[in-house]
Design a binder for this molecule. Structure first.
Ligand SMILES: NC(=O)c1ccc[n+]([C@@H]2O[C@H](COP(=O)([O-])OP(=O)(O)OC[C@H]3O[C@@H](n4cnc5c(N)ncnc54)[C@H](OP(=O)(O)O)[C@@H]3O)[C@@H](O)[C@H]2O)c1
Length: 427
């Protein structure tokens, strides 16, 4: 989790306590959620009543057996994804400048790997090989939770953080998980409801968009890198749009926060909607379908346009038009660890002139639309919407603290020009 590192004694102690608490409780919280939907039919209140008098036996009586099959299945999944990550062809892409001044190269083969994963998963299921079944000093804890390598690599292109974020649990696995639970609903009730179709479809749009725009280089030229001449591939010269310039890609370190978040929380908590709908089918009215699609589409479009405007500003150095008018930008400078000073721009017109994080507003909107497919029966399927809302609000502060350090006065100028973070007049 990127944030400026505490230096005062009190700050270090608070960070240590918070980090220890998060490392110790996150796996238990995730396990608790699994018990709520598996053993208490999604009732948080019933699970809490059973948990409070006997917290230890609540968990110890439900210890999951670690079988050879379960370990082999998970290892096979990770190894299979590692093989795809390493061997499937893809274009090369240069990521943004790191604090040290260098720019790393990534191989972008996510879209091919996603399609191969889903096709192979469908074949394995069709062939009957798998059945759908609910099945530093003083900074020890803080460093375990938050620190670690920024871009750990094996060889030239196997990047562990990128691999974990997109291939082990979250993102590439989402479609398989969603389709499995849609199949489970069909197995149990003989048909699939329109809400599960919407939930699966909404997330497939997010996954396809992620891999399609993992970088984006509209109009930029494609060049061959000489040192890859034995196996020539291409990389885009345009500026990146997705993972590589997000907080997760550019600034989070490969630590508990990033590893556990992507490998455990993302596949489990982010897909609670289809897990819930598999056993609690919800059929929504045509009007509700139209409203859900409109809500999702407007959130997704807002997020997409906001990200594009920001990336256009970076790619063109601020020389581009938004809705027919010249974009307005603030010139900003920053220094990397190699001592070099770099120039960039902060966009302050278009959506970025209304609020400082318009892409978060889009993310929050489309996430709520996808959770609303679950109707009003239970709170737990809304975990993703609640977490994304809290995370985006928290990210506003984390990201702004980083930008303030990086851009100093230019960032203050931007905040004076664009007063609101998420909602004009409110926040
Ligand atoms: N569904 C979810 O689980 C979830 C949760 C959170 C976020 N998201 C989404 O994930 C994506 C990435 O989010 P993120 O947290 O990494 O934030 P982001 O908004 O994509 O990136 C923030 C960075 O953009 C640059 N920037 C900030 N203001 C700018 C401006 N006015 N002009 C130009 N550049 C500016 C700064 O980086 P520089 O150092 O380059 O200047 C800043 O650190 C977003 O689309 C977000 O909505 C999804």
């Amino acid at each position: 989790m990127y944030e400026p590192r505490a230096t005062s004694h009190a700050g270090v102690v608070v960070n240590e306590l918070m980090s220890f608490q998060l490392i110790a409780t996150s796996p238990i919280l995730d396990w608790f959620v699994m018990i709520v939907h598996q053993d208490f039919d999604w009732w948080l209140s019933a699970a809490s009543r059973a948990f409070l008098p006997k917290p230890l036996s609540f968990f110890s009586s439900r210890l999951l057996p670690v079988t050879t099959t379960s370990v082999a299945a998970y290892l096979s999944w990770v190894i299979f994804q590692a093989i795809l990550y390493h061997f499937v062809p893809g274009r090369l892409h240069q990521a943004p400048r790191m604090p040290g001044g260098r720019r790393l190269i990534y191989k972008l083969n996510g879209l091919n790997a996603w399609l191969l994963t889903v096709i192979l998963g469908a074949w394995v299921s069709y062939a009957g090989l798998a059945r759908v079944a609910p099945d530093d000093k003083g900074h020890f804890w803080y460093d375990l939770f938050n620190d670690g390598e920024l871009h750990p690599r094996t060889g030239q292109l196997f990047d562990w953080k990128h691999f974990n974020a997109s291939r082990t649990g979250g993102i590439i696995a989402w479609t398989l998980i969603d389709l499995s639970f849609a199949a489970l609903q069909h197995q149990q009730f003989g048909s699939v409801t329109n809400s599960v179709v919407l939930a699966v479809g909404f997330r497939a749009v997010i996954v396809a968009e992620y891999f399609l725009y993992e970088d984006l280089y509209v109009g930029a030229c494609v060049v061959t890198i000489q040192h890859f001449s034995r196996n020539p591939c291409h990389y885009s010269k345009g500026l990146p749009i997705r993972f590589f310039e997000t907080l997760d890609g550019a600034h989070e370190r490969f630590s508990f926060y990033s590893i556990f978040g992507f490998a455990v929380m993302m596949p489990h908590l982010w897909t609670l909607q289809t897990q819930y709908l598999a056993t609690h089918p919800v059929e929504v009215s045509p009007v509700a379908v139209a409203l859900l699609v409109a809500g999702f589409a407007s959130g997704w479009t807002l997020n997409h346009i906001a990200n594009n405007q920001k990336n256009m500003s970076r790619r063109s150095g601020g020389k581009f038009r938004i809705a027919g008018r010249e974009a307005e930008t603030i010139e900003a400078k920053y220094r990397t660890a190699d001592g070099k000073v770099h120039r960039t721009v902060l966009l302050c017109s278009g959506l970025w002139g209304i609020v400082r994080h318009p892409n978060y507003v889009g993310s929050i909107t489309h996430t709520w639309a996808s959770c609303l497919t679950c109707g009003g029966g239970h709170l737990l399927p809304y975990a993703k919407a609640i977490l994304v809302t809290v995370m985006c609000v928290h990210r506003c502060f984390r990201d702004e603290a980083r930008c303030k350090i990086k851009y100093a006065d230019a960032w203050d100028d931007y905040c004076r020009r664009v007063r609101w973070r998420l909602l004009p007049g409110v926040f």
